[in-house]
Each structure stands twice: as structure tokens, then as C-alpha cells.
Design a protein around this ligand. Structure first.
Ligand SMILES: *Cc1c(COP(=O)(O)O)cnc(C)c1O
Ligand code: SF4
Length: 425
């Protein structure tokens, strides 16, 4: 990868010790237009536009990430993720502050409980770099600080009291902006909660400030297994020697690493860029986990592609490259419905005798069903390991007497209710 920082006078005299010290990277983040002018070239018009964009969401770019951006190319995929744009001031009707209703599903500040058995715990609103496409831009960078220890303790308490929670996803902001000590306090408090089975951290640090992934941090994290980390690479040029080292340290500490990319117009909305990205990720031992459709957060429409672009990308990955490289493409449903997988259709038709499928090459194949299609419960008792279990969604149709799931607003049902009221039913 070609490095550009040799060209920028700004970092000429920085010692390697400073450069490799994440505290130096944090302290020297580019946060103003004046700083930005030292590393990028732009016209006075562009200057004004950038300034307007940064009113919507704080700017911060680590010197490390800044040196990966092409200084003369406004369309550089890394630069577009980091540098504010005037388009961020345009807010569409379909967009909202909190499209995923993370706050409506929040019993406490910093905690979202959307799924039955897992919660999202936001521990800081600070990031080393603020992504311009950030979905949580209502929250990220608000104070550029950690959540108060009190709020965190309230979240921990909630988790303690809800025995159905078995998985806690620590996110933010970026949890790796916290000092080791604070992070360890959170991890060890969670580790003490007996009903938790796994912990997860969501972080962009390996991408935007790999210097943070120190040996000491990894030694600490190692004590809190099973711990899974998901990071956020969006473009193959983000996979540098530094990023690779950071990922290697985490994986060598026994922490499985996954990646969550966001599908971004003009950045990675091309099957070949995505193929390159996912294949490179496997080389650095990071397993592609999700590819997200860009959310309906305010001021990011210029990053959005149609959903069909993501489907097309998966079409060109599945079968064409290692299955391990293929993420699940999801739309995080506006209104808090959660992540919904979408993808190409492979099932063409289906009778009780045969399922007809097509493969990635377009070959149409048959799968012959077994003659005996019955299923019987073996009464093994494993299902009893899920106490106080309530059936959800289609599970209710399969497992209960219920014959239909009907939306509250269904007009026919309203009419039935009215008929009942008039005693005609
Ligand atoms: C994404 C998310 C999770 C985790 O979802 P998985 O599909 O289990 O990775 C949990 N809670 C919230 C609120 C989320 O947005
Ligand atoms: S790292 Fe995550 S939370 Fe922080 S700005 Fe980027 S997308 Fe938002």
C-alpha cells in the first residue's frame, strides 16, 4: 500500500514512538478544518462545505487514518468515510435521528434490549475517528467522552437482574477509546454475572487506530473469554500492515474476530471491491460477519445504495469465493425490528417430492426429499434448558395452536370488532 504521509509535512518530525502510541494518535486527532488543511488539499468552496458538514457530526480523524487518505482525491474511499460533507446537512423525510429505535427499546441510557437473549451496552460516545456514515450519529461524538461510571453501573445492574440475557454486546462510540482499566472494570463485572454465556465488543479501532491494540490490552482481554470482537473494515485499502498486526494480536489472544461492513455508495458498492475486501479479511484471520444496508439515519442518504446492490454483491460472492468470506447481508429494520437477512433467491420451486434449486453458476438442480417426511419429538429434554420460554414470530405458528399472526392495524379485523360491537357476529 502506498503511504502518503511522507508527503505531508505535518507528521515529518513525529518519532516512531509517538506515532505508535495510541495516546499520541488520540491527542493528535484532526478535529478542525485548519488541521485538515495540513493533510488534504481542497478549494475555498470545499472548505466551506466541509465546515457545514462538520456541524452535524463532530470530526475526528487519527493521524494514522489521515495518512491513508489520498490528499488530492475528494472521492478517495477512505477520505469519504472521514471528511465531513455538505450533503450531511440534507435531511430527507424518510430519515430520522434514531431509525432503529435504539432509544425506544432502551430501558436505561446506554442500554438497548431488542432481542430476547442479548443486549447492546453503549459504554462511551467517543470514537478515535468519527465515520461520516455513522448510523448512531445521534449519540456518537456527543460529548467525545465515556459514559459516566454511574450509568454503566445501572446498565450492569439491569443485566444482572435479567436472567434471560446470555450475550452482552459492548459498543459505543468505540469501547477501545476507554482506558484499559475502565474496560476491564466492565468486562470483569460482566464476567461475574453467572447467567452470561458470552461477551462481545464492537469496535472500529483495528481499522482507524490499530496502535491501540497493544500487547497489554490483549493480555487483559484474554482473561474475559469467551469474548468475540467485531470490527468494521469497509475497504481493502484499510487493511494495512498496522491493521493486520492489530488483528493478529487479538486473534493470537484467542479472540475470534468478525467484521461488519456497511454498504456505502462510491466506497464499496462494487462486487469486486467487496470480494477483494472479504478475501483480504480472511487472510488476516477476520471472518466477514455482516454486510449492512446503510440505515436511514439523518444526513447520510448520499451513502445509501438500493438494497438490490447488496443482493447483487452477495450473488457475486456466494459460490464464487470461499463460503467463509461471505457475510450475511442485512437490513436493520427501521422501527427497531432488528436485522433482517436478505439475499439472492436460490430456491426455484418445491413439491413434497423435490426441491428445485439453482446454484451460483445458474445450474438448476433437484434435491429429492426423503420418503418419510414425518418428525417426532424424542423427548430428550434439551428444550427444557430454555425456561420461561415464550414462542416468538413464526415459531408461534409452528408450535402453538395459533393459525395466523395478524397486524394490529388489520382493517378486516377492525371490521370484525365493529360487527361484534353491534352484535352481528
Ligand atoms: C445488532 C444488535 C445486536 C446483535 O445482533 P446479532 O445478530 O446477534 O449479532 C444486539 N442488540 C442490538 C440492539 C443490535 O442492534
Ligand atoms: S466507529 Fe462506529 S460509532 Fe464511531 S463513528 Fe464510526 S460508525 Fe459511528
Amino acid at each position: 500500500m502506498r503511504r502518503h504521509y511522507q508527503k505531508t509535512s505535518l507528521y515529518k518530525n513525529v518519532t516512531p514512538e509517538d506515532w505508535n502510541d495510541w495516546k499520541w494518535q488520540m491527542a493528535n486527532r484532526i478535529t478542525s478544518i485548519e488541521d485538515l488543511e495540513q493533510v488534504l488539499s481542497f478549494s475555498p468552496d470545499e472548505r466551506q462545505d466541509i465546515n457545514r458538514g462538520l456541524q452535524r457530526l463532530r470530526m475526528a480523524i487519527t493521524p494514522y487514518y489521515a495518512t491513508l487518505m489520498k490528499p488530492d482525491d475528494p472521492d478517495c474511499p477512505l477520505r469519504r468515510q472521514a471528511v465531513p460533507n455538505i450533503l450531511e446537512t440534507r435531511i430527507k423525510n424518510s430519515e430520522s435521528r434514531d431509525p432503529l429505535h435504539e432509544e425506544k427499546d432502551s430501558p436505561l441510557p446506554g442500554l438497548t434490549h431488542r432481542y430476547p437473549d442479548r443486549v447492546l451496552l453503549l459504554v462511551t460516545d467517543q470514537c478515535s475517528m468519527y465515520c461520516r456514515h455513522c448510523t448512531r450519529r445521534r449519540f456518537a461524538g456527543q460529548t467525545d467522552q465515556a459514559l459516566s461510571i454511574n450509568k454503566i453501573k445501572m446498565g450492569l445492574n439491569y443485566i444482572k437482574q435479567h436472567k434471560e440475557i446470555r450475550d452482552v454486546l459492548i459498543s459505543g462510540g468505540d469501547p477501545f477509546c476507554l482506558p484499559d482499566q475502565r474496560l476491564e472494570f466492565i468486562l470483569s463485572s460482566l464476567k461475574d454475572i453467572k447467567h452470561l454465556e458470552i461477551l462481545r465488543i464492537g469496535t472500529r479501532t483495528p481499522v482507524v487506530m490499530p496502535q491501540r491494540i497493544t500487547e497489554e490490552l490483549c493480555t487483559m482481554l484474554k482473561r474475559y473469554q469467551p469474548l468475540y470482537i467485531n470490527t468494521h473494515f469497509n475497504h481493502p485499502t484499510e487493511i494495512t500492515a498496522e491493521a493486520e498486526l492489530a488483528c493478529a494480536r487479538l486473534v493470537d489472544a484467542g479472540i475470534p474476530l468478525g467484521n461488519q461492513s456497511v454498504l456505502l455508495k462510491g466506497i464499496n458498492d462494487c462486487p469486486y471491491i467487496m470480494k477483494k475486501l472479504v478475501q483480504r479479511l480472511l487472510q488476516i484471520r477476520v471472518r466477514p460477519y455482516y454486510l449492512y444496508q446503510c440505515d436511514l439515519s439523518e444526513g447520510i442518504e448520499h451513502f445509501r445504495t438500493p438494497v438490490s446492490r447488496g443482493i447483487e454483491i452477495i450473488e457475486m460472492l456466494r459460490g464464487h469465493t470461499s463460503g467463509l468470506a461471505v457475510p450475511t447481508f442485512v437490513v436493520d429494520a427501521p422501527g427497531g425490528g432488528g436485522k433482517i437477512p436478505v439475499g439472492p433467491q436460490y430456491q426455484i420451486s418445491n413439491s413434497s417430492e423435490k426441491t428445485i434449486l439453482r446454484n451460483y453458476e445458474g445450474v438448476i438442480c433437484t434435491y429429492t426429499e426423503p420418503e418419510d417426511k414425518s418428525h417426532t419429538c424424542r423427548n430428550c429434554g434439551i428444550c427444557e434448558d430454555f425456561p420461561e420460554y415464550e414462542y416468538r414470530g413464526l415459531e408461534q405458528l409452528y408450535r402453538e395452536e395459533r393459525i395466523a399472526l395478524i397486524p394490529k392495524s388489520n382493517v378486516r379485523m377492525k371490521r370484525r370488532a365493529m360487527n361484534n360491537e353491534f352484535g352481528q357476529a
